[in-house]
Design a protein around this ligand. Structure first.
Ligand SMILES: [Zn+2]
Length: 624
């Protein structure tokens, strides 16, 4: 059906159209103030401006009607790696692509996950969600579903079989949630999914988990290709090669916009095939005299499959350790995405009774995560498994930025206990699931888009992707690099990077609560964890004068016994602040809030001057 409409919007036609937007001076972005649909605010590019963006011209052949606009916005996934969630909106009808989460970094103590802010969808009742497409089974693309799906009103989820199984299995941990309506798509077929103004056709791509797909989306103003996380692998393990034919067939009718994965856009060359990784792993496995412990991402199903095939060839039994890895193996085996001979995978307790050269353990913890298997093993906290001399530990994963120190400490601990350690910098035992520069250019050439929107990743990654596009001839003004929440508009006249924003800030999950930890709580936690806490208790009489000397309690700031002078000075300072404050208050009644604020400020400055640290100052003013 969409093929017919595509004739009316052939590329030739499309190219001749000119945008007719008026130029407006750049404004400060007003986040969360996306209500004015009438006049697009356009950011003007000056030669010095580092950001490539669409600059509409003033002449116009065809003036688009005001409401014939496709809006594209990310609620997460730009300016970060993870938390992917993209919206395509046409006349208040919306399809969602991915509902992912992000793991916190060390600046977010006590936070479990960060999820997208969906206020734009929940606060605007006129917005209608037609469906949510989940491109593959990674948590940064589906992990926020249990936290957000009820607030989104349980839209229908469209996805492939393995992803569906992972979503459904995870949902079992949230028994209060309603049953999800998950419908299967077949990325190998030419079948269309018709949702309101959108006609959607998924296509198969490679990633490091089977069943990943990209989307072709036909809209009334043009057609889009979204790659999702992808790479091209002509010899994948446990998967088919990406369907280049299908992509070319879809692109045949003309692609107005390509939304393309940028995660590895800074890495030159072609992505390595999983087949090469398997060959290298096999050499390591064959040379290992003792047990093999291979740590990788729990969702790296292809890598686990490779290890299993190698073990079967070399006569090793395989034990799987780590909750999330067991979970993924169970789901993938059930659906036939992971194959092993009967008796290859055995429980760890059983494996430990076998001669060491007949055992391989696949486990989580390659990122040095505190609660994952490998860390417990290294710290001798694991119930069954301890490092022995002769063990070979293989880190078959890259290091996620921010985890370098943890991984270094982990490697050192393992080495000290007598293990031999291999990691991806020593030889190719890890391939990323994301397209590198040459694959990205290949995708751009195959789809030949008019406009390009680099998605997924920090600015530098998306900028690098934009540069690749320019290398192969896409003009800079046809490329947009929006921020999270920033609206890109596509009309028949062209693409515009607007200055309109929808809320896209972090929503943090602490325990099972969604969003009950805000930035203030986080800042407090950081202050306390870095510089400690300093509590001052002052009891005031009816006249506002101090009843007794203020009391001071501090934790994590200074060792109190050795800092008597400092504490004495702090008490004096407090007394002085209270006196000055009372002098300033015209109202004879005690104004505790005013005094509290003065103590917080005055004492904070005093302590910083004395110690160069900023503990959290917590004044408690009691009126007796
Ligand atoms: Zn992924």
């Amino acid at each position: 059906m969409y093929m017919e409409t595509s004739k009316n919007q052939s590329r030739g036609n499309f190219h001749s159209r000119r945008p007719n937007y008026k130029h407006y001076p750049p404004r400060n972005p007003k986040r969360g103030a996306e209500n004015n649909d009438s006049v697009p605010k356009v950011k003007i590019m000056s030669p010095s401006q580092p950001i490539a963006m669409a600059t509409p011209t003033t002449s116009s052949a065809i003036a688009p009607k005001n409401n014939e606009v496709l809006k594209i916005m990310a609620l997460g996934g730009f300016e970060e790696v993870g938390r992917n969630m993209l919206l395509l909106e046409y006349q208040n009808q919306i399809i969602i692509v991915d509902i992912g989460l992000r793991f916190p970094d060390e600046t977010m103590p006590g936070i479990d996950f960060i999820v997208p802010n969906i206020e734009y969808l929940t606060n605007n009742p006129e917005k209608k969600i037609l469906g949510a497409f989940i491109t593959h089974g990674h948590y940064d693309h589906l992990g926020a579903i249990p936290y957000l799906i009820d607030k989104l009103g349980y839209p229908v989820i469209y996805t492939a079989p393995l992803t569906r199984a992972i979503i459904a299995r995870r949902q079992e941990d949230f028994p209060k949630e309603k049953k999800l309506d998950i419908r299967l798509v077949n990325p190998d077929s030419d079948e269309n999914i018709n949702l309101g103004p959108f006609v959607i056709q998924p296509f198969h791509v490679n990633h490091n988990i089977p069943d990943a797909f990209g989307l072709f989306v036909k809209t009334p103003v043009g057609s889009l290709i979204l790659t999702g996380d992808f790479k091209f692998d002509l010899q994948p393990i446990g998967d088919k090669p990406a369907d280049l034919n299908h992509i070319v067939r879809l692109a045949d009718g003309g692609v107005d916009m390509l939304l393309i994965d940028s995660t590895n856009a800074e890495v030159p060359g072609y992505s390595m095939s999983e087949n090469v990784i398997m060959d290298n792993l096999e050499v390591l496995f064959a040379n290992a005299k003792g047990r093999i412990i291979l740590a990788t991402f729990s969702s790296l199903i292809s890598r686990l499959q490779e290890a299993i095939i190698i073990c079967e060839k070399l006569g090793r039994k395989v034990a799987i350790e780590g909750y999330s890895m067991k979970f993924n193996v169970e789901v993938s085996e059930k659906l036939g995405y992971l194959k092993s001979k009967k008796g290859t995978i055995i429980p760890l307790a059983e494996a430990l009774h076998l001669p060491s050269q007949e055992v391989a353990i696949l486990c989580t913890g390659a990122q040095g995560e505190d609660n994952a298997t490998l860390m417990k093993v290294a710290n001798r906290e694991h119930k069954l498994l301890h490092i022995e001399k002769g063990d070979t530990v293989i880190f078959s994963s890259s290091i996620v930025p921010g985890n370098e120190l943890a991984v270094q400490n982990l490697k050192d601990t393992l080495l000290k206990q007598g293990a031999t350690v291999f990691h991806y910098k020593m030889l190719d035992i890890h391939a990323s699931g994301h397209a590198q520069q040459e694959d990205l250019k290949l995708m751009m050439s195959l789809t030949h888009p008019k406009y390009l929107l680099p998605i997924h990743g920090h600015y530098s990654m998306r900028r690098s992707n934009a540069n690749l596009a320019m290398d192969i001839g896409i003009p800079e003004e046809n490329i947009a690099i929006p921020s999270n929440g920033q609206i890109v508009e596509l009309t028949k006249a062209g693409m515009t990077l607007t200055e309109k924003f929808v809320p896209a800030n972090y929503v943090m999950i602490d325990g099972l609560g969604v969003g009950d930890v805000g930035e203030v709580v986080l800042r407090d936690r950081n202050t306390i964890s870095q510089d400690g806490i300093f509590v001052v208790i002052a009891v005031l009489g009816k006249n506002g004068a101090l009843v007794s000397e203020p009391e001071i309690v501090s934790r994590g700031f200074v060792y109190m016994k050795e800092s008597q002078d400092l504490l004495k000075e702090a008490k004096e300072k407090t007394i002085q602040i209270i006196k000055t404050s009372l002098g300033n208050v015209k109202d004879p009644r005690v104004n505790a809030t005013y005094i509290r604020n003065n103590i917080r400020e005055g004492l904070g400055t005093f302590l910083f001057r004395k110690t160069q640290r900023r503990p959290m100052v917590l004044p408690i003013v009691v009126e007796s």
